[in-house]
Design a protein around this ligand. Structure first.
Ligand SMILES: N[C@@H](CCC(=O)N[C@@H](CS)C(=O)NCC(=O)O)C(=O)O
Length: 146
């Protein structure tokens, strides 16, 4: 076999091999993400963990969640390169953090901050049966109602 033909066949093999394994890996990652966002009311894809965020943007989202006392599932994208890329493909959003509510992508840090400041986050949480702690904090106490 001549050298050029051999190199060509080798590159074809490598390309198809890469495509096959990448397609498999993407399908598995997509399924994992899909399951996670559909079985939890709130999911935060972040860098680091809520107790120790490894990026200021992720930390800001954690602080917002904490203020509202939102129970959520989190996933550290730094521990899984497939998820780090996979979540960007899944939501068509280029950065981390990413917040999902009721299976829907809601936004990253800037959007969450905006929703927190406008009161929209309280409303979105209410829609999925989560009562924000900020709402409770501003409600008049029983004795004040009398
Ligand atoms: N403006 C963005 C800030 C987030 C951001 O810029 N994230 C960067 C740095 S942490 C990122 O995810 N880069 C791609 C990557 O690290 O995979 C937001 O609102 O969430």
């Amino acid at each position: 076999m001549n050298c050029i033909l051999r190199r060509h066949l080798l590159s074809l093999y490598n390309t198809s091999g890469r495509l096959t394994s990448r397609a498999f890996s993407d399908a598995a990652t997509k399924e994992k993400i899909d399951k996670l966002v559909k079985t939890n009311k709130v999911v935060v894809f972040m860098k680091g963990v809520p107790e120790a965020p490894r990026c200021g943007f992720s930390n800001a989202v954690v602080q917002i969640m904490r203020m509202h006392a939102v129970p959520y599932e989190s996933l550290d994208v730094l521990s899984d390169e497939n998820i780090r890329q996979g979540i960007k493909d899944y939501s068509n959003w280029p950065t981390i953090p990413q917040v999902f509510i009721n299976g829907e992508f809601v936004g990253g840090c800037d959007i969450m901050l905006q929703m927190h400041q406008s009161g929209e986050l309280v409303e979105e949480l209410k829609k999925v049966g989560i009562k924000s702690a900020l709402l409770t904090a501003t409600e008049p106490k029983e004795e004040e109602k009398k």
